[in-house]
Ligand binder design. Structure first.
Ligand code: NAP
Length: 297
């Protein structure tokens, strides 16, 4: 079995690569590097990649992930988040392959008074959320065998995400101001990679497509997440001195794109499918920071 992993240099891609290795022959593709470099928005290059690799499974974490930048670069976001998954799904349909794709909590807005389930109505408030939802719909409309994993607030020890930014600033002794009126399901990229493998191993690939919420169990505001992360980082010596963490309203931290205030996803359907619970936010954060610590020792 041959597995094609796109976006192999991205945050999730770098956590998927070691975990998907045992599933068969793993072929990785990045924009500019490796054996199969490919600009996935180039139609000819994309078809060439698929023709050469002939994957049985395509795992696609590649995306336009700049939430604020998407507001101004709509066409570029649409190519990666809408056109690309549609193309991958069409190829999978025509070649009997399976597509694993990632979507986002930003397809929702408002608050149902509980965690969002897969059956809840979507209502994205940003261009990013709209293009990701359009990608989901293109996959569903294709009839391809596909798993769409909606995740949220993805973090890791790699540069360029909320956790590494917070820990980096706290380690430099800088006090923090963090938004406390957005509540979500922070999810470690390592946990999501593990969930991806468990879903693939569950043998569920007979249905045409299935959408699952793939997040850590629990809910925190960005402020509470920062507090928890800095406390755990202090315990591990990744941060040497406590820093002040001030809760602020979203209005005090203006951003180009609107974010949902309630981003909590319910992972129950995924847990039922794979037959075991997903990690809690605290368990996953602890594991991430332990791995971070072991690399810096
Ligand atoms: N990050 C979050 O908080 C979050 C939350 C919810 C859902 N998600 C979803 O989770 C998935 C993974 O996110 P992530 O955090 O791992 O994103 P990421 O770190 O930004 O990785 C995205 C990858 O896509 C690649 N890419 C972008 N444009 C490309 C192009 N034209 N050709 C080839 N590759 C291209 C990037 O390549 P380069 O390395 O060359 O730029 C990068 O490796 C995405 O579907 C995202 O929408 C993320």
């Amino acid at each position: 079995m041959r597995v094609l992993l796109t976006g192999a240099n991205g945050q999730l891609g770098r956590h998927l690569e070691p975990r998907l290795g045992g599933m068969g022959e793993l072929v990785t593709s990045s924009r500019n590097t490796g054996a199969y470099p490919c600009d996935l928005t180039d139609p000819d290059a994309l078809q060439r990649l698929l023709r050469e690799v002939q994957p049985d499974i395509v795992v696609n974490p590649a995306a336009w992930t700049g939430v604020d930048a998407a507001e101004d670069q709509v066409d570029a976001a649409r190519m990666l988040n809408h056109w690309l998954p549609g193309q991958l799904a069409q190829w999978c349909l025509g070649h009997g392959a399976v597509l694993v794709h990632y979507s986002t909590d930003y397809v929702f807005s408002g608050s149902p008074g509980r965690a969002w389930t897969e059956e809840d109505a979507t209502a994205p408030v940003s261009v990013y959320g709209q293009t990701k939802l359009a990608g989901e719909n293109a996959i569903r409309a294709s009839g391809a065998r596909a798993i769409i994993l909606r995740t949220a607030w993805l973090y890791s020890s790699l540069p360029g995400n909320f956790l590494s930014a917070i820990i980096g600033r706290a380690a430099r002794g800088e006090d923090l101001r963090v938004v406390s009126d957005q509540i979500g399901s922070p999810t470690w990229a390592g946990s999501l990679a593990q969930m991806t493998k468990a879903v693939l191993q569950s043998g569920t690939m007979t249905a045409s497509s299935r959408t699952l919420h793939a997040v850590s169990r629990g809910r925190l505001s960005w402020y509470e997440f920062a507090q928890t992360a800095v406390t755990m980082a202090l315990e591990r010596g990744l941060v040497e001195q406590p820093v002040a963490i001030e809760p602020i309203a979203s209005s005090e931290w203006p951003q180009r794109a609107e974010r949902p205030r309630w981003s909590v996803l319910d992972p129950s359907a995924l847990e039922t499918l794979v037959g075991h619970p997903v990690p809690t936010i605290e368990q996953a954060l602890s594991q991430c920071l332990n791995e971070w610590k072991s690399r810096t020792c």
